[in-house]
Design a binder for this molecule. Sequence first.
Ligand SMILES: *[C@@H]1O[C@H](CO)[C@@H](O)[C@H](O)[C@H]1NC(C)=O
Ligand SMILES: *[C@@H]1O[C@H](CO)[C@@H](O)[C@H](O)[C@H]1NC(C)=O
Length: 450
Amino acid sequence: MFKFASLLALASLIPAFVQAQQPLYAQCGGTDWTGATTCVSGATCQEVNEYYFQCLPGTASSTPATTTTPATTQPGSTTTSGTGSPTTTTTPSTDNPYTGYNVWLTPYYADEVQTAAGQISDATLKAKALKVADIPTFTWFDVVAKVPTLGTYLADAQSKQQSSGQKQLVQIVVYDLPDRDCAALASNGEFSIANDGLNKYKDYIDQIVAQVKQYPDVRVVAVIEPDSLANLVTNLNVSKCSGAQTAYKSGVVYALQQLNSVGVYMYIDAGHAGWLGWSANLSPAAELFAQIYSDAGKPSFVRGLATNVANYNALSASSPDPITQGNSNYDELHYIDALAPMLSSAGFPAHFIVDQGRSGVQDIRDQWGDWCNVKGAGFGTRPTTNTGSSLIDAIVWVKPGGECDGTSNSSATRYDAHCGQSDALQPAPEAGTWFQAYFEALVSNASPSL
Ligand SMILES: *[C@@H]1O[C@H](CO)[C@@H](O)[C@H](O)[C@H]1NC(C)=O
Ligand SMILES: *[C@@H]1O[C@H](CO)[C@@H](O)[C@H](O)[C@H]1NC(C)=O
């Protein structure tokens, strides 16, 4: 009964109309890519993985993927950047980190959405689709090659902050553990434990830290490693997961310590109601989160947990979906209310953010564990701090709706059978690439309506 969401590369499939030069952050190559392979001035087409080449800032001679950064200061210490940059505070706010901040909009997703809207001929649907570009989502750093773009984003947020006087909060997903996605196939990552993956992961974290450190005035909120610790709670009978246990724990501890040193507010991924919400899993999950937190030295910027990332569960369902039978925690609010006291007694901060990006429509799955491009889904409740629960800091959209969960091509290397099930929309392209038909369905099924 494993229940997990599998996750995504952050990538886009620009339509294959002829375009001489691709804009910054657009796709410019990869398996089956038929569009332009050159980028606008100031950007270079760089391989992110075999499925996805992207126009990244800079020139080829300064390939970001190979940039190494010096070791960062130890967690808990006050840090200063090299050349007269302001001091980074290491004292977190005790309040909800979202309070008083404007959530920065990623130009990358806005660009994907605007391109997608341009392909919709129905005027009403197109107008609704365009509204999605104004809704904040998280940016996934699922490969080390994308980390330099974080600096570009933080610089943009900082300049918006200066020009508008409104404090900006940038939302990121840290997602590059070695032997990633150990219980599924669609989102296998770039690092393997066998090939020094843990050290490569630490370098990936160091590169994120180096970027954040340069923009101490911009607040950063991070979701830490979707699915990883949840897999250690329920899927240790999968050999790739048991083999990854030590590396996942060390990697997450390192991420918490280092990101804490530059003041990143963190929510560790905690699966969802249909995964860790089962009564047998709640207490082992709380113990694991508390143990990792304690191993990391109780970093003060760890704020709590993120749930339902890239999944479809309601925050508060009007009635239980029949597929949830046997689990009294049939929605995220029940799950959170059940887990929070166990976390508190284990010494872990019980605050939450909940992904509702694709939770607008309920009762659409054949089984609760179905996670891949589920048919009939719609965009859900908009991001807000008005959550109705003192345990929940914010409703957020972590998964950028429209980016595919996994290919439905059963001959593809990363094919996962969940993406071929009858409740999964098909044909579906590779994970992380743009899935136009799915995006259009999310728009038209949105609830509340767009
Ligand atoms: C792991 O255990 C679960 C629960 O007992 C079971 O449903 C699943 O099939 C097992 N997986 C493997 C790979 O043995
Ligand atoms: C499915 O994947 C195989 C292997 O990569 C490829 O040869 C084939 O063209 C793909 N089929 C479709 C319909 O994309």
